[in-house]
Write a protein that binds this ligand. Structure first.
Ligand code: AKG
Length: 383
């Protein structure tokens, strides 16, 4: 399948990723939406599913936001046109939607956020806006007219009277109408506005990246959880000062040395980032297996060639140190040494794990124990 419009993944990353928009006609030829509008409405009634409705003109108020879960009656009260239902994390709930992600594995697992779906009748839209995400907007049903272009940021003028960040006085630069199977890639910060031409479903395959704030607070919180974090600054070499009010440069040197030592620890940084980047988005999805397996049962299933796959809400990544490999699954780390190291790459390569290759690792008792733990905690299951 030519989902990047004739470009190789390397060409796409070099020329478009984080740089400029790309319209790809028939990226997924003849795509049939894996979900129907009714199924989306059904999901939006579930407590554990994050959903929103955006109404362009709600009793005279612009771009009003209503958060789910909704009741079925709510849908019969909506106007004929000009509203949108958004369902977040659809890939977590619908395996066929999660399967679409296998086409996007040219982007690292840790960058993936989720697939959001929107349903809109004619005229429906969430308004002109920009995101801090890389997003592939895949048309799954009906037609949507997209206007996009122009770099926006927090200084771009906004519409008043709405909780949403809707751009005012924004015109866009290009307009295209997408049909089922067509896709539009947008880098962060590019203004865009999609308006349904008829009943339409759009899938937003979103990629996130941490902010500097996320990195600083996340890593320092992680360091603060370590055993030496409660040690106090010491000063056995303290000297008499002329003025007790002076903070001596030597004190600042000490602080500086502590911060450099802690913040400059690449190993700890890698371990923190792997855990941070694989923490599940929604804790309601990764739930323990209904019937926990014994290691013998698990090994039997692997040897019988049963297909093991990631839980749709699970995240997998790994980092190769010089002497060992850290496997990260759902915010936990597992250190693999020696011959066990390649198991991390095998588990992380894609949602369906090659049973034949896994069988040789399952011969090792410790690795079998680890695989069985991943199964029993709900991070993987047999299809
Ligand atoms: C986005 O994901 O950034 C969108 O603009 C999607 C809006 C929609 O599907 O209506």
């Amino acid at each position: 399948m030519d989902m990047l419009g004739g470009l190789t993944a390397s060409e796409f990353l070099r020329d478009y990723w984080q740089k400029k928009p790309l319209v790809i006609r028939q990226a997924f030829p003849d795509l049939e939406s894996p979900v129907s509008p009714d199924e989306l409405a059904g999901l939006a009634c579930e407590e554990t599913v994050e959903s929103r409705i955006v109404i362009e003109n709600d009793d005279g108020k612009p771009w009003q936001l209503h958060n789910g879960p909704f009741t079925p009656e709510r849908f019969s009260q909506l106007p004929e046109q000009n509203w949108t239902l958004l369902v977040q994390g659809l890939d977590h709930w619908v395996p066929e939607i999660a399967d679409l992600l296998e086409h996007f594995r040219f982007v690292p697992n840790w960058r993936l956020d989720d697939i959001m779906a929107s349903f809109a009748p004619k005229g429906g839209s969430v308004g002109p806006h920009y995101d801090q995400y890389d997003v592939f907007l895949l048309q799954a049903q009906g037609h949507r007219r997209w206007t996009f272009g122009g770099h926006c940021d927090h200084t771009s003028p906004r519409v008043e009277g709405t909780p949403l960040r809707i751009l005012s006085s924004w015109d866009g630069e290009e307009t295209v109408t997408l049909a089922p199977g067509d896709m539009l890639y947008l880098p962060p910060g590019i203004g865009h506005h999609g308006v349904a031409e008829n009943d339409c479903i759009t899938l937003s395959v979103g990629f996130r990246a941490p902010t500097i704030d996320d990195i600083l607070t996340g890593f320092t919180d992680f360091l603060c959880g370590q055993s030496d974090a409660s040690d106090h600054l010491n000063d056995p070499e303290l000297q008499v000062q002329d003025n007790p009010g002076t903070i001596q440069p030597a004190v600042i040197d000490k602080l500086d040395a502590i911060l450099r030592e802690k913040l400059g620890d690449r190993r700890q940084l890698s371990l923190w980032f792997g855990q941070y980047a694989t923490a599940p988005k929604n804790m309601d999805i990764v739930v323990p297996a209904e019937e926990p397996a014994s290691t013998e049962e698990f090994a039997g299933a692997i040897r019988a060639g049963e297909q093991l796959r990631w839980n749709e809400g699970s995240r997998f990544a790994y980092y190769d140190f010089d002497d060992e490999t850290a496997l990260f699954v759902d915010g936990e780390q597992y250190l693999l040494k020696g011959d066990a190291r390649p198991m991390a790459a095998l588990l992380c390569a894609g949602a369906r794990i090659d049973s034949a290759q896994l069988a040789r690792f399952a011969d090792d008792e410790a690795l079998l124990g680890l695989l069985c733990t991943l199964y029993n905690q709900g991070s993987v299951y047999f299809e």
